[in-house]
Design a protein around this ligand. Structure first.
Ligand SMILES: NC(=O)c1ccc[n+]([C@@H]2O[C@H](COP(=O)([O-])OP(=O)(O)OC[C@H]3O[C@@H](n4cnc5c(N)ncnc54)[C@H](O)[C@@H]3O)[C@@H](O)[C@H]2O)c1
Length: 322
């Protein structure tokens, strides 16, 4: 596990970013968080990061820079002796991207290129890029390995694929040690309220109806956040991961209908579900083949869906009390 390193986390106030912060800060690392705390599709990021950082009372071990990767003046505020960059900042919503393609493209592609230029100048020792399973689009076979054709069906997925092309370029052209990780439907405490698990738990607990788009038989490879954090750390440690992309999933998808049943069972509440027409941009199935990540990164996801949902539910109950 990474120790005594100087680490930059972009998007460090977001869902996955706060978990990475929490994990790495415990290991005597110095953490720099960059986040613009945007409220485009959910709010509360400033509060989430404050909670996580205050929990540890080690304010000398981190700094938080409120800034935007699109703003050139940001880069002069970041120190030059960083060892590792975890680039998590992005507009991450699939549906948001369907109506805001230009904004998402600028943010996710130009923001990344600005950061890559900064990383090149400081001769970064390792760069890890958060990509997404959406780069594949609807699969032609499952489970989906890294060589599967890339046919994204939403601007967000396209922006991540562009990002991967740029990371490949910086690896080839500048020998930048850089790895792309394709995350699959990440869930857990502090999960994004615009994503299915966070959104549905909120509705279940408020006794409100869940609306499922499509017939609910679409399959999702839900992956618990601590498994993703392990994958991020492993990728940053393995030299041989550079110049490559890896799937990070649980590799055992379930349908949205089954997910909803599990949620109602946990909450012990009567089911209230209705169905509407499938939304454009939503994939029919996501299913990661994690053989490559297992072999090269030693990635081994540990948290089955029932355990992950229980932990998320318990966190949600606690949060609602305060
Ligand atoms: N959550 C998932 O299931 C999932 C799946 C696949 C990929 N990913 C990727 O993982 C990363 C983290 O996702 P998340 O779920 O934590 O999302 P999130 O929205 O919670 O976190 C992203 C953070 O980036 C910040 N940000 C966005 N644009 C910025 C910019 N230009 N400058 C500075 N900060 C900026 C946001 O304010 C936010 O705090 C993203 O790159 C996302 O695309 C997530």
């Amino acid at each position: 596990m990474l120790k005594n390193k100087k680490i930059l986390i972009t998007g460090g106030a977001g869902f996955i970013g706060t978990h990475l912060f929490e994990t790495l800060i415990k290991k005597d690392n110095y953490i720099i968080v960059i986040d613009n705390f945007n409220e485009c599709y959910y709010s509360g990021k400033e509060k989430n990061l404050a909670k996580v950082s205050q929990n540890h009372e080690i304010s000398k071990d981190y700094e938080i820079i409120k800034g935007d990767l699109l703003d050139d003046s940001l880069y002069s505020k970041i120190s030059n002796d960083i060892d590792i960059i975890f680039h998590l900042a992005a507009h991450a919503g699939v549906q948001y991207s369907m109506h805001n393609a230009e904004q998402v493209t600028r943010n996710n592609v130009v923001g990344l290129v600005n950061l890559l230029e900064f990383a090149r100048k400081i001769e970064i020792k390792k760069f890890v890029f958060a990509s997404s399973s959406t780069v594949y689009g609807n699969p032609t076979y499952t489970p989906v390995d890294e060589d599967h054709p890339k046919n994204p069906i939403c601007p967000y997925g396209i922006s991540k694929l562009c990002g991967e092309i740029y990371t490949d370029y910086y690896f080839r052209e500048y020998s930048m040690p850089i790895t792309s990780l394709r995350f699959y439907s990440v869930y857990g405490p502090r999960g994004r309220p615009d994503m299915v698990v966070g959104k549905f738990f909120n509705l279940v607990l408020q006794n409100k109806e869940i609306v499922i788009y499509g017939d609910g038989e679409q399959l999702r490879d839900f992956t618990y956040v601590s498994d993703i954090i392990n994958g991020l750390v492993l990728a940053s440690e393995k030299t041989e991961s550079s110049g490559q992309a890896f799937n990070l999933g649980w590799s055992n998808p379930i349908s949205i209908n089954l997910l909803v049943n599990k949620m109602y069972e946990l909450a012990n509440k009567p089911k209230k579900v209705s169905y509407k027409e499938k939304k454009k941009g939503d994939m029919d199935i996501t299913h990661a083949d994690i053989t490559k990540a297992t072999k090269i990164l030693n990635y081994s996801p540990q948290v089955p869906i029932d355990e992950g949902l229980r932990k998320t539910y318990e966190w949600q109950i606690e949060t609602d009390k305060h």
